[in-house]
Each structure stands twice: as C-alpha cells, then as structure tokens.
Design a binder for this molecule. Structure first.
Ligand code: GLU
Length: 457
C-alpha cells in the first residue's frame, strides 16, 4: 500500500510554526516512505474560510520546501459527505436530535450538580415519529448525532468500550467510547462539523496515515468508530505534541503569532524553521539541517516528547546564522540578484560576507559598502586620519588577491610602527565605516585599488 498522508488546515488565517510542524511531519513521513502528500483544505466553515488564506498556505508550504502531490478543498466535496450521511442514516448510526443549545447546557449543568459525567443521554433516540413530526412542526430542525458503538444491545446501557491504536508518535493509545457523548456530525442548519468530512475524505483519498497535533487524540477514538461504521479500515494515526510560546501559551492562526509569512519577512531561512519545527521536543539535538532530504533521513516521529514543547523564536536566529554562514554560493546566487549582487565578484563577495550575516538581506548592506561607500557615522581622529593617509600611500600595485592585505599591512607596520588594533581598526573604519565585519583580507580585493583609494579620508 502506498503511504498517503494529508495536511488538513482550515484556511482561516496564516499558518504558524506549529502548523508548519504538522505539515513537516507529514511531508517528512511521505519523503521517508516514498509516499504521497495531499494538501487538503478543511474549509467547510464557509464563513471563516478564505481562498486568500488557502493560497497563502500553499505559498508558505512551497517556500518551506513542501510540494503537495494533490490539492483539494472540502467545500467542493459535499457530495461525498452527503453520501456518507445517507449511509449512516440507513444503518441507524446517525439520529436526529432536537434539543436547543440552551436545553443541552441546562442538562449538562444538572448532570454536573449531581456529580454525573456531562454526557449526552441519547434522549432523542426515544422520540417517536409523531413526536419528531411535532417538534419539526414547531419549526425545529434536527441536528444529527453519531451513535457510538459503546453498548451491547441497549443504547441506554453504555459500557466501557476501549478503542486502541498504536500511535506512530505516542505508541499504544486507548480512548474509552463509553465516556463520550455521541458527537454531532451535522448541525441543524445542515452544515458539517469537522469529524465526518475528515473521515469521509480520508477514506475517499486513501489516506494511510493521519499525522496531526495531539489536540486530536480524543477525536481519534470517535473517528476510528466512524471509519468502521462507514465500512472502512481505519488508517494509522500519529499525534505529535504542540508548540507553545516560552510563556506556555498556545499558538493561534488568528493572532498571527509566529506566522510563516512573518518569519519569512524577517529573513528567517526556511530550513531554520523546518529544523526547529521538526527537531524541537525530540530526543535529537536541535541543529541547523541544510536540506529536507537530510531532515527526512533522520526523521523518527516516535522520538517526539509527549508533553508540549516550548518554542523560543531566538533559536531561529541562531539556526539562521549557522545556515547562512555555511551557505554555498549556488544556493544564495539567485536570491542575491534581488539585491543587485551579480557579476564575477558575486561569488567572492558572498564567501567574504556570509559569515557576518544575520539574514541574507544583510548582504545588501555589504554590497553597498563594497561598491559604493563606507557606512556613514564614525569619524576618525586627526591622528588616525594621518595614519590612514600614510597607509594608503603604501598600497601595492594590482593585481590583488587574498594575500594583498597581509603584504600591505606588513609594510604599514614597518613604516609607521603601529600594530594590532591601532593598525587595523582605523583601516577597517576607513574602508567600511564599521567597527566589525568580514575579514579585510577578503574585502580588499573586492574593493580593488581604485575603490580603496577612493576611501582615503
Ligand atoms: N482541520 C483540522 C485541524 O486543522 C484537521 C485535523 C486533522 O488533521 O484531522 O485541526
């Protein structure tokens, strides 16, 4: 059987690093098992779902390096769900209920006050056809509940009914259907809640592994029962832990916290996000992994911790620097064009400056410094200015290469008696306008003799 996974967000906002974690777990699982990855938009909530969010999510996935084999939308698949509803009704597994939200709330309160579990008592199952007709005559529309298989013969005599699965991430899991209410699958206005479309699609799309956040563990018991009620073999399930902020709050699509688009705009590399999103909370050390293939090779969902992982955005900055400082020119080349970094000096320039970058866009500043003028601001003292003038008189003739700096400063040292910081810092300031930056030995050939002399203070 081909491994088939799906990433199924609701397109109600921008995805954040926690959502990306789910997408990446699925993508790496598919890569590792040579499987298929389906991008499915759970957009049955027509009011809150937006095409622009779906487009944004696809863009974010591509940017991260995730390329779905297929893309589908639940809003285009209502026929499948209607067919599933008919099947469940025909087998007596979906039954109409007429209670209003207020009536249900009141029942729950009474149960709680009697120290009973607040589980729906299946009262609607007792309604006769005539009573149902009366209720509908009053203008009530039914919502529909799935009759859980948690009884032998009498649905009012529920019993402990364990559903087991071997979770790809968490290992052996058990949910007791006996302690759950029959879930509502269809609302009174005919709209679908998440459960039925999700299961109907997983069946229809041949999903072999459902990998998602551990906020869905309890749903899995119900969903396995629903797969079976629809005559299908349930897929395998995997539930990864969720990410929280350092203060322990959950991430939300709606607040835009740590959105992928925001991180992209602030210059974070996709593999910095992927590395952290996948390795955080696993037994592996978090390190900057250069390619998705490498990440997939070592991917082991079972090594993920069961408790929530605190996520510190500062770690992204660290990983970003590690990736940039070792990034081969070929990988940066096309993106550097946007900053005008082109021509035969582009590669030596990149190799000279990459070790100083926090984000790739910082290269723009250094390209300007090399090609136009030093950064403005810092003034040399009179004494240093004289020293730099003297040093510039000693500049060797071209051709220049990586050894020119050493030859030149050797002569300057001999002639002026200056050494160490007193020698280098005024030269660095004159050449770049900054106290720190790439090796001057690498920058000097990029400036060239003419470019250097133009910086004479
Ligand atoms: N739309 C659901 C969610 O975003 C999908 C859950 C699932 O993967 O089954 O939580």
């Amino acid at each position: 059987m081909t491994v088939t996974v799906r990433f199924a967000p609701s397109p109600t906002g921008h995805i954040h690093i926690g959502n990306a974690r789910t997408a990446l777990f699925n993508w790496l699982f598919a890569l590792k098992n040579k499987g298929r990855f389906i991008q499915r938009f759970d957009d049955t909530d027509i009011g809150r779902s937006k095409q622009e969010y779906a487009d944004g999510i696809l863009y974010d996935l591509h940017w991260l390096g995730i390329f779905p084999d297929a893309v589908d939308y639940q809003s285009r698949r209502f026929d499948t769900y209607d067919a599933a509803v008919e099947r469940l009704k025909a087998s007596g597994r979906l039954y109409p209920c007429y209670e209003t939200a207020e009536e249900l709330e009141l029942k729950r309160k009474v149960q709680l006050s009697r120290r009973l579990p607040p589980v729906y008592g299946r009262e609607a199952l007792k309604l006769t056809e005539a009573e149902k007709a009366d209720l509908e005559g009053e203008g009530r529309q039914p919502h529909w509940r799935f009759l859980l298989p948690n009884f032998r013969t009498d649905p009012f005599e529920t019993e402990r009914t364990e559903i087991h699965w071997n979770d790809v991430v968490r290992g052996e899991e058990t949910v007791d259907l006996g302690s759950l209410s029959d879930p509502v699958l269809v609302r009174a206005d005919g709209t679908y809640l998440y459960t039925l479309p999700s299961v109907a699609d997983d069946i229809d799309m041949g999903v072999s592994h459902v990998i998602r956040g551990d906020d869905h563990v309890t749903n899995t018991g119900v969903q396995i029962a629903l797969f079976q009620a629809l005559g299908a073999e349930p897929p395998a399930f995997g539930h990864h832990n969720l990410l929280t902020t350092t203060s322990g709050e959950g991430l939300s699509k709606r607040t835009g916290a740590l959105s992928i688009s925001g991180l992209r705009e602030s210059g974070i590399e996709p593999m910095a996000i992927a590395s952290l999103a996948v390795l955080i909370g696993t037994s592996e050390n978090v390190s900057a992994v250069r390619t998705m293939e490498e990440l997939a090779e070592n991917f082991d969902p079972a090594s993920t911790s069961k408790s929530a992982s605190k996520f510190d955005p500062a770690e992204l900055g660290v990983l970003n620097r590690v990736l940039l400082h070792a990034m081969p020119f070929e990988e940066a080349q096309t993106r550097l064009l946007a900053f005008g970094v082109d021509g035969e000096r582009a590669e030596p320039f990149w190799l000279a400056v990459r070790g100083n970058l926090d984000t790739l866009a910082d290269a723009q500043k250094w390209w300007r410094i090399v090609n136009e003028s030093p950064e403005q601001g810092e003034q040399l003292s009179d004494e240093d200015r004289d020293f730099v003038g003297e040093a510039f008189d000693l500049l060797p003739e071209e051709p220049w290469d990586g050894s020119t700096w050493k030859t030149w400063t050797g002569q300057v040292r001999e002639k002026t008696g200056r050494k160490g910081k007193a020698l280098f810092m005024p030269l660095r300031l004159a050449l770049t306008g900054l106290h720190s930056g790439p090796e001057l030995a690498d920058l000097l050939p990029l400036l060239g003799r003419e470019g250097t002399l133009a910086r004479r203070p």
